[in-house]
Write a protein that binds this ligand. Structure first.
Ligand code: SAM
Length: 302
């Protein structure tokens, strides 16, 4: 049983979560000290076993054996919904592969709470976990998402981030995504809950001057230009692709993006090349009379 626990406010524990934790033969948890504190605050005593990123794979056979015996096992993480930037996925896969029943007690989750408070479009959204901690990898990660947007992805984007990296991450986000609406959600459900909703560069400047503390989730709005555009004609797509690709690669790219057979795209590319060659061969007077769009590459200097 996957049991969600509060992300900062004990009052958010559900009746069902309490009941399952109280009845479980074993509670698997990331940090036994932390879950012991939670159980104590709920006035219960549970049998705790650690299951974290580093021992999950090794513990799976023993856990599956308990499940096969019909034991009730609860899996919790330090906070929020297990598996979401937390351990448990490998165990769930292994249990499902054996046909063992898996159920969930849903509850608090920082990403969804930040999203609904952000004022940004709630659907579709893309949850991306923590960005890489290393600066170069982080920038590459953001650029790969930006590229996906250029190829048509249009979704609100959500990341977790540690407070000591917030300012640099926001600076990288602003450099990659520009003047995009965004929100920084801090200490959700806790006493000092705060959600700042501004454009990315303004948020980057604010947190560069006011170092953040506590737990943080970042949400950014969808790319404004990523609305579905008119499909390009094969000619338009080829002209664009040929500026940066060889004939062969351009044909493959355009066939893939337009869904046209490769042979047809290739034939069109050859015809375009021939037309361009003819235009270039025309004398100046004929060119201005017959070809309103001379191919710039071959146009002689004035
Ligand atoms: N499984 C958790 C969930 O469902 O929300 C997320 C676990 S992840 C390891 C922890 C990260 O979630 C934190 O570093 C922070 O980025 C985000 N987070 C957790 N609690 C939060 C809160 N109260 N306010 C804002 N972000 C929070």
């Amino acid at each position: 049983m996957l049991v969600s626990t509060p992300i900062g406010n004990l009052g958010d524990i559900s009746e069902r979560a309490r009941a399952v934790l109280a009845a479980a033969d074993m509670v698997l948890c990331e940090d036994t000290r932390r879950t012991r504190r939670l159980c104590a605050a709920l006035g219960m005593h549970a049998r705790l076993f650690s299951l974290h990123e580093h021992n999950e794979a090794a513990r799976i056979p023993a856990i599956l054996a308990k499940l096969r015996e019909g034991r009730l096992l609860a899996l919790v993480s330090d906070a929020g919904t297990p598996l979401i930037s937390d351990p448990g996925y490998r165990l769930v896969r292994a249990a499902l592969a054996e046909g063992l029943p898996v159920h969930a007690v849903p509850g608090p989750n920082a990403a969804v709470t930040a999203l609904v408070l952000s004022g940004l479009p709630p659907a579709p959204f893309l949850f991306l976990g923590f960005p890489p901690a290393q600066a170069g990898q982080r920038v590459r990660h953001f650029r790969s998402i930006r590229k996906a947007e250029e190829a048509g992805l249009s979704a609100s984007l959500i990341w977790h981030e540690a407070p000591h990296r917030l300012a640099e991450t926001l600076a990288d986000l602003a450099a990659t995504f520009g003047e995009r609406d965004a929100a920084v959600a801090r200490e959700l459900t806790k006493r000092f809950e705060e959600v700042r909703r501004e454009k990315l560069p303004a948020l980057a400047a604010y947190y560069a001057a006011h170092p953040a503390r506590g737990e943080i989730t970042i949400v950014i709005g969808p790319a404004p230009e990523a609305r579905p555009s008119e499909p390009k004609s094969v000619e338009e797509a080829l002209k664009e692709a040929l500026q940066t690709h060889s004939m062969r690669d351009a044909v493959a790219l355009v066939a893939a993006t337009t869904g046209r057979p490769r042979s047809q795209v290739y034939a069109r590319a050859l015809a375009m090349k021939e037309e361009a060659g003819k235009d270039a061969a025309l004398p100046e007077s004929a060119e201005s009379a017959e070809s309103p769009e001379p191919v710039p590459k071959n146009t002689p200097d004035p």
